[in-house]
Design a protein around this ligand. Structure first.
Ligand code: SIN
Length: 297
């Protein structure tokens, strides 16, 4: 029997009573999936699982997905090592609001992050619920976004938008840079309908979205900036303090997240796996979905 402790009124829960090092039984998998769909991100402390156990857990949510532009752990093509060394200058992998690999055709439905070394202070991660953000979005912005595509590009990995060398994050992580293929634009619906709960959710993020379809970058910028400021309001966020052995699982299409870069002088090491689900196109929300939504008080 799992015990859920909500972290905030809108997003995130710590789960007690789950042993992720044993077999992931059908009952356990169903309970975790149910908790994930309600809380968007769930945390299980004190697990200290192996990579084999992490992969088994990940596969219980969906087919394990390999993502481009980040070299996987040697001998482990399904696993990314998320590491920042104590003496490493510059940014941190994931250190800006984003949805993991939103620019690919089938972005991860979810991600699993398994913390092994955590700094004595700092290194938290923040998640923002994009269904809560949608609910509270002013009607004119809802009308502008519903049924419209946003254009995503692999900005950090390409040529056109790639950050200057000294600002680049993830020096310990062997990111593939300068690939013109990463500049390719891909349209995804700006508003999705959650496959389990049916709730509508924003699907935009500043790391990968360059503009709205039918608008130039200049025309899109004020709209995207306003929506982003709204989408990450503290009321829609939870901030998680990691301890070694914690496993986090998040709904990648229903959230944005942000790795806080404030632990200089300390190592931080985590292992990330991702699982597949429907494409954003398959989850596109339309005006009828919007009008059918119950009013939120
Ligand atoms: C990520 O963006 O997947 C990494 C998050 C983190 O390191 O906290």
């Amino acid at each position: 029997m799992l015990n859920e402790k909500r972290l905030t009124g809108t997003i995130g829960a710590e789960i007690d009573g789950a042993d992720l090092s044993g077999p992931i039984t059908d009952n356990l998998a169903a309970a975790l999936r149910d908790a994930l769909s309600r809380h968007h991100v769930i945390f299980v402390r004190g697990q200290h699982i192996t990579l084999e156990q992490q992969k088994a857990l990940t596969a219980s949510f969906g087919t394990i997905l390999q993502v481009p532009y980040v070299e996987p752990l040697e001998g482990e093509p399904d696993v990314i090592r998320v590491f920042k060394a104590a003496d490493e200058p510059g940014g941190v992998f994931g250190g800006g609001w984003h949805t993991d690999f939103s620019f690919i055709e089938r972005p991860p439905a979810g991600s699993v992050l398994n913390a092994t070394t955590t700094p004595p202070h700092g290194g938290d991660t923040i998640w923002a619920s994009q269904s809560e953000a949608w609910n509270a979005l002013p009607d004119p912005l809802k009308s502008l976004l519903i049924g419209r595509d946003a254009i995503h590009v692999g900005k950090p990995y390409g040529v056109k938008w790639s950050p200057p060398v000294k600002e680049r994050a993830g020096a310990s992580m062997n990111l593939v840079r300068g690939d013109p293929g990463a500049d390719e634009e891909r349209g995804h619906p700006a508003v999705l309908r959650h496959p389990v709960t049916g709730r509508l959710m924003l699907f935009l993020n500043p790391t990968y979205v360059s503009r709205l379809d039918g608008m130039t970058e200049e025309e899109s910028r004020p709209v995207l900036d306003a929506v982003q400021a709204h989408a990450t309001r503290p009321e829609f966020c939870c901030r998680f303090r990691w301890t070694p052995g914690t496993v986090a699982i998040w709904d990648n299409l229903a959230t944005q997240h942000y790795a806080v870069n404030d632990y200089s002088g300390h190592d931080r090491l985590m292992y990330r796996t991702t699982f597949a689900g429907p494409t954003p196109r398959e989850l596109a929300a339309n005006r009828t979905d919007m009008e059918a939504e119950p009013a939120i008080a």
